[in-house]
Design a protein around this ligand. Structure first.
Ligand code: HEC
Length: 247
C-alpha cells in the first residue's frame, strides 16, 4: 500500500466554502433589496426632499407676500410686520411687495419742530422788544444779555432762550425756580414773574432776546404767548425746572 502524500487539509473544506459563498451572496442581495424597498417606499430621495422644501418655501413666500401686500409693512408700534431682511428676500420674488416696503424703509420726514431757517423780525418789532427788555429784564440779565454769573444767568448761548419759545414764555409769565445750568454754571435762585407786560410785550421782548446778543432763533408770536397763558391760567406759583424737565 503506497502511502498518500501528506497534504495539509484546508481549514474550510472546498465544498463548505462554496456553500458559504452562496449564502453570503444571497444575504447581500436580500439586504440590498430590503434597503432599496425601504428607500423607495418612503420616497426620500435627496432630489425629492429638495423639491418638497422648495415648494414649502414658495408657499411660505406667497403667504408672507400677501400679508405684506394686504397691510402696511409696519405694525402700529413701528416694528416691521415681517423682518426686513426676509421682506427683502420676498420682494426679490414678488417685486410688487417693494411698493409697500419702500415707504416703510424710507427715512422719516424731518420733524416739523426742526429748526426752520432764521428769518429776522422786522425792525419795528425788534425796537419794541428792546424797549420792553430795557424796562423788565435788563436789571438782572444786563444790557449785554450776559447776566451776572453766578446770580443771573446769561441769555447768550442758552438753548432755553433759542429753543422751544413756550419755555421762556412760561418763565416770563410765572417765573422760574432752579436749579438750572446755563453755559456750565448752575443757578439755583428764582426769577420772579415779570409784571406789567401784555402778550404783545412778551412776544416782542422774547423775539428781541432770541435775535440779539448773537442769538438767531425764530420770532415769537402773540398767539404763542396767549396759548401758554391760557394753558396755565390757574397757575400762581413759579415754574420749577424739575417739573419742566430742565437740567
Ligand atoms: C429779578 C431778576 C430777573 C429779571 C427781572 C428777569 N430775570 Fe430771567 N432769570 C433770572 C434768574 C435768577 C434766572 C435763573 C432762575 C433759577 O435760578 O432758577 C432767570 C432765568 C431766565 C431764563 C432761563 C435761563 C437762561 O439764562 O436761559 C430766561 C430765558 C430768562 N430768565 C429770561 C428773562 C426775560 C426775557 C426777562 C425779561 C422779560 C427776564 N428774564 C427777567 C432773573 C431775572
Amino acid at each position: 500500500m503506497s502511502e498518500l502524500p501528506l497534504r495539509s487539509r484546508p481549514l474550510i473544506p472546498g465544498q463548505v466554502a462554496s456553500w458559504l459563498a452562496v449564502l453570503a451572496l444571497v444575504g447581500a442581495v436580500t439586504a440590498a433589496s430590503v434597503a432599496a424597498f425601504l428607500h423607495f417606499r418612503t420616497g426620500v430621495s435627496p432630489e425629492a426632499a429638495r423639491r418638497a422644501q422648495q415648494v414649502a418655501l414658495r408657499a411660505e413666500t406667497e403667504a408672507k407676500a400677501s400679508t405684506l401686500l394686504a397691510s402696511s409693512a409696519k405694525n402700529d408700534d413701528g416694528t416691521y410686520r415681517i423682518p426686513l431682511n426676509e421682506a427683502l428676500r420676498i420682494a426679490a420674488e414678488r417685486p410688487e411687495v417693494l411698493g409697500k416696503l419702500a415707504p416703510a424703509v424710507a427715512p422719516a420726514a424731518p420733524a416739523s419742530s426742526a429748526p426752520t431757517a432764521f428769518v429776522p423780525a422786522d425792525e419795528a418789532t425788534l425796537k419794541r422788544g428792546q424797549a420792553v427788555y430795557a424796562r423788565t429784564c435788563i436789571a438782572c440779565h444786563q444790557p449785554t444779555g450776559m447776566g451776572l454769573p453766578p446770580v443771573f444767568p446769561p441769555l447768550v448761548e442758552s438753548p432755553l432762550v433759542t429753543g422751544d419759545p413756550s419755555l421762556s414764555i412760561k418763565f416770563v409769565l410765572h417765573g422760574l425756580m432752579g436749579p438750572v445750568t446755563v453755559k456750565g454754571i448752575t443757578y439755583n435762585s428764582m426769577m420772579p414773574p415779570v409784571m406789567g407786560v401784555t402778550d404783545q410785550d412778551i412776544a416782542d421782548v422774547l423775539t428781541y432776546v432770541r435775535q440779539s446778543f448773537g442769538n438767531k432763533a425764530s420770532a415769537v408770536t402773540v398767539a404763542q404767548v396767549k396759548a401758554v397763558r391760557d394753558a396755565a391760567s390757574g397757575r400762581t406759583v413759579p415754574w420749577n425746572t424739575a417739573e419742566l424737565g430742565i437740567k
